[in-house]
Design a protein around this ligand. Structure first.
Ligand SMILES: Cc1ncc(COP(=O)(O)O)c(C=O)c1O
Length: 409
């Protein structure tokens, strides 16, 4: 008996991915969101009964004979820890399928790789700077055409639609100006013209918003943010309902290879289990801080979609279950000097890129997360040099306010 046969025969059966990719089972179960978040994708490990999904730290799987395997051949194509996470991703976005990628940007990259040279994309004019960089600096040179449109009014999209339009890319709320676009309206415009809609749902998280339920075709998450929730992992996710779309994206995932390692999958899987309790606190703290900032005599404009006079408030109220902990603001003294002074003065709010972790972060989009957008375009879209972005964490809100108070002075 060969080593392979001996080893393979003694291995316990693990849940194979073949024929079991979809999550209709979970979808049809009438579980509330909090329950889904804890149980999505995870089952006790069949080999030991371990309640937590093991980290299958392996690159390959022993086969009984060529082509005879337990559904796992090579870890770029399949990994049981990743499979559990991908099932969970599907469940929490009310999707049929989920796919995990090595970063949010890698997930974006996979979606654009669905397209061919000459295809056109209508994208939101205010979005994460790295998405803009990927579109302009990488994909434009392969002949994909991008139009950047203010999507706060979905009708702005219509003049840009032509026979080559394949994809509408939106982000809501946007990073960093917290603009809101109406997902159902955009999806309505796209559906009758057979154009795909992808929504970057990173800022809202599945706890606050589910774009597939509103008619989108693909949801994207930088799982680095609220899904992971602890600033300890870089990862991305895509969720969709259409099997043909899932198959194409799986093919891209496997062929281009931007897959996350099993340890990182485990971390996101664990993060998802507490998403609801974290998000509740992010929303609670976010509301208090946004209102406090708005009443501060030295603060200029506060961008937070929970204000009743926010231009996207009605849409946010309709399509979201809360307003989140992301916000931006300017100082009345609208100078770089005052902005820089404040950014260096906070003690609890750490000056760092990223968002969505349990700890509060402060960020300067113009020089940090959105530095790759040309200044002229940034300013045109309302992203001023002095804009400050906050990712409000889940610390005690009084301590956070005290920190901002001493920093603003
Ligand atoms: C809204 C949004 N989408 C996508 C990304 C990219 O995600 P990642 O950093 O995981 O590649 C980010 C990162 O900040 C983001 O804020």
């Amino acid at each position: 008996m060969s080593f392979g046969k001996l080893k393979s025969a003694s291995l316990p059966r693990i849940q194979a991915p073949s024929g079991d990719w979809n999550c209709h089972l979970y979808k049809n179960l009438n579980m509330k969101l909090s329950t889904k978040l804890i149980h999505a994708g995870t089952e006790p490990d069949p080999s030991t009964g371990a309640i937590m999904t093991p980290i299958y730290q392996t690159s390959t799987y022993v086969q009984e004979a060529p082509g005879q395997n337990k559904g796992y051949e090579y870890a770029r194509s399949q990994n049981p820890t990743r499979k559990a996470l991908e099932d969970a991703l599907a469940v929490i976005e009310n999707a049929s399928y989920g796919l995990a990628f090595s970063s949010g940007v890698a997930a974006t990259d996979a979606v654009i790789k669905l397209l061919n040279p000459g295809d056109e994309v209508i994208a939101a004019s205010d979005m994460y700077g790295g998405t803009y960089r990927l579109f302009t600096k990488i994909f434009e040179k392969y002949g994909i055409v991008f139009h950047y449109v203010n999507m706060q009014d979905a009708n702005n999209i219509i003049p840009y639609i032509n026979n080559n339009t394949r994809l509408i890319w939106t982000e809501t709320p946007t990073n960093p100006l917290i603009n809101i676009s109406d997902i159902a309206e955009i999806a309505g415009i796209a559906r009758e013209r057979k154009i795909l809609v992808c929504v970057d749902n990173t800022f809202a998280s599945p706890y606050l918003q589910n774009p597939l339920d509103l008619g989108a075709d693909i949801v994207l998450h930088s799982s680095t943010k609220y899904l992971g929730g602890h600033s300890d992992v870089i990862q991305g996710g895509l969720m969709m309902n259409d099997v043909a779309l899932r198959d194409q994206l799986y093919f891209i995932q496997k062929s281009c290879g931007a897959v996350p390692g099993p340890m990182d999958c485990f971390l996101v899987l664990r993060g998802i289990k507490t998403l609801h309790v974290r998000m509740e606190r992010h929303c609670e703290n976010g509301e208090k801080i946004a209102n406090w900032l708005r009443n501060h005599p030295k603060v200029g404009k506060v961008y937070w979609c929970g204000f009743e006079d926010h231009p996207g408030y009605a849409v946010a109220k309709k399509q979201m279950r809360g307003f989140g902990g992301m916000m931006s603001f300017t100082l009345k003294e609208d100078s770089m000097e005052a902005t820089m002074k404040l950014l260096s003065a906070t003690k609890l709010f750490a000056l760092a890129e990223s968002l969505g972790g349990v700890e509060s972060l402060i960020n300067h989009p113009a020089t940090m997360t959105h530095a790759s957008i040309p200044r002229e375009d940034r300013i045109k879209n309302g992203l001023s040099d002095s804009l400050i972005r906050l990712s409000v964490g889940i610390e005690d809100v009084d301590d956070l306010i005290e920190d901002l108070e001493q920093a603003i002075g």
